[in-house]
Ligand binder design. Structure first.
Ligand SMILES: [Zn+2]
Length: 284
């Protein structure tokens, strides 16, 4: 049993038969996550992983999820054949090439397919993990039904409130164990807009230090302080931004990540900050 960093669910890797998936793609091409169901009765993620591994069926999905684990069948760098159904009219620009396919294992109760609550909650975990990894907003998590009208996942087309509940759960901000809520905010640094993980603590905005790298800054720690671990309380953090040594006041470490007050980082860089229309800007 293995775990992926950031995914709180046992993870198995069982590569699909090579004829079941397509060519390579850049991870940056991934725009959508498409949720499916297997239309089986009591199947498992590993059972599907094994089946697609040994059987050439010309179809498949990246991930299978059941009540106790998930299995990856197709690498995310490869195109899976999961949502382009022949003869169907497309409702949006989601295709196999720009999406990740996630299959939920299903059961049959009184002649009707169901997705159990536990499988649904595990799919929330997998989808939230993928949203985080590939920067997919909740409104680009869709059903196969929303791609081309196919009745998939059938229980979530028949009972739309189950789909609504799933959408509500994936949109909830990540709750850290110590109660800090990490949210994604838009900030502008030197005119370039980036998305940053931030925590609002005591009315102040703390940025995940790694977000600055997305803005094109090289962030490093000098040798003397490399091993230094901040506590979850205000402390001074010496870092190197670009080729400049800066001292960030009141940095905190929350669950292994360094967070810095946005005001301190702007000051250390000799810049000012500006709030307008919900966007924080760091300016000259
Ligand atoms: Zn489907």
């Amino acid at each position: 049993m293995a775990y992926l960093k950031g995914l709180d669910l046992p993870y198995n890797s069982m590569l699909s038969n090579a004829s079941n998936y397509g060519g390579t793609r850049a991870l940056s091409k991934i725009k959508y996550i498409v949720v499916h169901y297997t239309a089986n009765d009591g199947d498992t993620d590993t059972g599907n992983g094994s089946y697609f591994g040994r059987t050439a069926v010309g179809a498949g999905a990246h991930m299978f999820v059941d009540e106790d684990s998930c299995t990856q069948s197709v690498p995310f760098t490869r195109v899976a054949y999961h949502c382009e159904t022949k003869g169907m009219k497309f409702k949006c620009d989601c295709r196999n090439a720009n999406s990740i396919g996630v299959e939920m294992c299903s059961d049959k109760v009184n002649g009707q397919y169901v997705i159990t609550r536990q499988t649904m909650l595990n799919t929330v975990k997998v989808v939230k993990y993928l949203m985080q990894q590939y920067n997919i907003p909740a409104d680009r998590v869709i059903r196969h039904y929303d791609v081309c009208g196919k009745l998939c996942p059938e229980p979530w087309v028949r009972v739309p409130s189950e789909w609504t509940e799933f959408k509500r759960l994936i949109a909830e901000p990540e709750k850290k164990e110590d109660g800090e809520v990490v949210e994604t905010i838009n900030i502008t640094v030197n005119g370039k807009q980036i998305k940053a993980d931030a925590i609002v603590k005591d009315g102040r905005t703390f940025l995940n230090l790694r977000s600055l790298e997305n803005a094109g800054f090289e962030v490093g720690f000098d040798n003397a302080t490399k091993m230094r671990r901040l506590d979850n309380k205000a402390d001074e953090l010496p870092i190197v931004v670009g080729n400049k040594d800066v001292y960030i006041a009141e940095a905190v470490n929350i669950k292994g990540y360094n967070y810095v007050p946005i005001r301190s980082i702007a000051q250390a860089m000799g810049k000012s900050i500006d709030y307008k229309d919900g966007i924080v800007s760091i300016k000259e």
